[in-house]
Design a binder for this molecule. Structure first.
Ligand SMILES: Cc1cc2nc3c(=O)[nH]c(=O)nc-3n(C[C@H](O)[C@H](O)[C@H](O)COP(=O)(O)OP(=O)(O)OC[C@H]3O[C@@H](n4cnc5c(N)ncnc54)[C@H](O)[C@@H]3O)c2cc1C
Length: 416
């Protein structure tokens, strides 16, 4: 059976797929391969995870969750899904700081691409990594921990530095979150009060198609304290009277509980429930992250393209992400705003439009999400990442024979 991305839009071309049952078996797979790439849950939309020879999935290796309450960390197998880890952590009284819109993705796969949730003070998921154990090109184990030289280059690593067999994440005591949805919030809230809007909750997602006269929905998630009270009005938008899905025609039963009802963090940070298909399934995605200081300019540029974007779009989501220090992170060095697109599954038309969107966002230093569709026509991502050359030097040092190289890395990152 051909292995494809979750969306089915890309068929992996590698000849062999390995599913080792232990870290020792994984080490043997890597040691025996001339070229090998790790795969997580295949929720990327491009060929980032593919390889010219062998792929290795970690989903048959036991998660082996090790919670260290004194150090406030949890160590898990890299193939574990956030949703499974979250249930374990919550049952033990612990939590991570944030989650992406879906809990279905693997920890190592999400970290490798700087996957993020939302929030002015919430860094992306990779920023919670305290240590990683990689299987290196010869099958050897190599540990990197916060504070080590090169650690900041080794977390958002696009699979280029080896297979992350174990990942250690920061944890904190468990907490509750409440989620509210408002309909028909005026554009004015985003164009003139964006800082106030995003500061109004711990996580704020704005949904639009860039052409509508008002924002379709605003989803706000708040860590619950004794002073928490749901808002009726939001800059003139009204509190949704019932459960919502951000995509037209999709049953809102798939979405996590709304209406300001407090619940465990892992049942509110993601938009989608673990037991259901996230989003639509029949879709493509792109995302560009711009420095926050450029947010309003970038919104205006996308609204100018609204008539071209909307016919291909299911919905766009706008979120904030706090800065981190990870070299290839889309939030490296500066707070950013994520401009996400859930497209209709019309890939040739979407790919034809991406260069136009990228040209419109170029003045705002937009970094594409590594795991989603982008064009990068001028092959010029280097200028967006101050530590770009350091990352390339790190890859050359750790993997001199290119065991973990693939077409994506050659095209966008490692080409001379
Ligand atoms: C419905 C949907 C919703 C999404 N929502 C969000 C969102 O809210 N925020 C966001 O930022 N992104 C989002 N994404 C994108 C997604 O989170 C990222 O593409 C993420 O990288 C997927 O993780 P994965 O486990 O599926 O990784 P894969 O696609 O399997 O792999 C991604 C990369 O990680 C590498 N990798 C995987 N496992 C390992 C390992 N063990 N060691 C080393 N490298 C490894 C692969 O080689 C590849 O380079 C969404 C995607 C979908 C389909």
């Amino acid at each position: 059976m051909t292995l494809t991305t979750w969306a089915g839009n890309y068929a992996y071309g590698a000849q062999t797929v390995h599913r080792p049952r232990s870290v020792d078996e994984l080490r043997q797979v890597v040691a025996d391969a001339r070229h090998v790439r790790a795969l997580g849950t295949r929720h990327c939309f491009n060929d980032l995870g593919d390889g010219p020879e062998a792929l290795v999935l970690l989903d048959e290796i036991a998660p082996d969750v090790v919670l260290d309450t004194a150090a406030r960390t949890v160590t898990v197998g890299g193939g574990v899904r956030y949703g499974a880890l979250a249930e374990h952590l919550h049952a033990a009284g612990w939590a991570v700081h944030n989650l992406a819109s879906l809990p279905h993705i693997s920890v190592a796969g999400a970290v490798a691409t700087a996957t993020h949730g939302s929030g002015d003070r919430s860094t992306n998921l990779a920023a919670a990594v305290a240590a990683l154990t990689y299987v290196g090109p010869g099958g050897e184990l190599r540990q990197v921990a916060r504070g080590d030289d090169d650690f900041a280059g080794s977390v958002v690593a696009l699979g280029a530095l080896g297979v992350a067999a174990r990942v250690t994440l920061d944890v904190e005591p468990t907490y509750d979150v409440a989620q509210e949805v408002h309909d028909e919030v005026p554009w004015d809230a985003v164009l003139h009060h964006y800082d106030e809007l995003t500061a109004s909750a711990d996580s704020v997602s704005v949904f639009t198609d860039w052409a509508e006269p008002t924002l379709r929905q605003v989803w706000r998630k708040t860590r619950v304290t004794s002073s928490y009270a749901p808002r009726t009005d939001l800059f003139g938008g009204t509190a949704a009277a019932s459960q919502r899905h951000m995509l037209p025609g999709i049953d809102p039963v798939n979405a996590t509980q709304q209406g300001g009802v407090p619940g465990p963090w892992h049942e509110r940070w993601p938009h989608f429930k673990l037991a259901f298909t996230p989003s639509n399934g029949d879709e493509l995605q792109s995302e560009y992250l711009v420095p926050r200081r450029h947010a309003v300019g970038a919104f205006a540029a996308l609204r100018d393209l609204g008539d071209r974007i909307a016919p291909l779009l299911q919905v766009s989501e706008v979120r904030t992400v706090a800065a981190d220090e990870l070299w290839l992170s889309s939030a490296y060095g500066e707070d950013v705003v994520g401009l996400h697109f859930t497209w209709l599954p019309r890939q040739p038309e979407v790919e034809a439009l991406l260069p136009t969107i990228e040209a419109a966002l170029a003045p705002f230093d937009a970094r594409p999400h590594w795991g989603k569709l982008f064009a990068d026509v001028d092959r010029d991502l280097r200028r967006l990442y101050p530590r770009w050359d350091d990352f390339r030097a790190l890859v050359a040092r750790v993997d001199p024979d290119g065991v973990f190289r693939n077409g994506f890395l050659d095209r966008h990152v490692l080409r001379d």
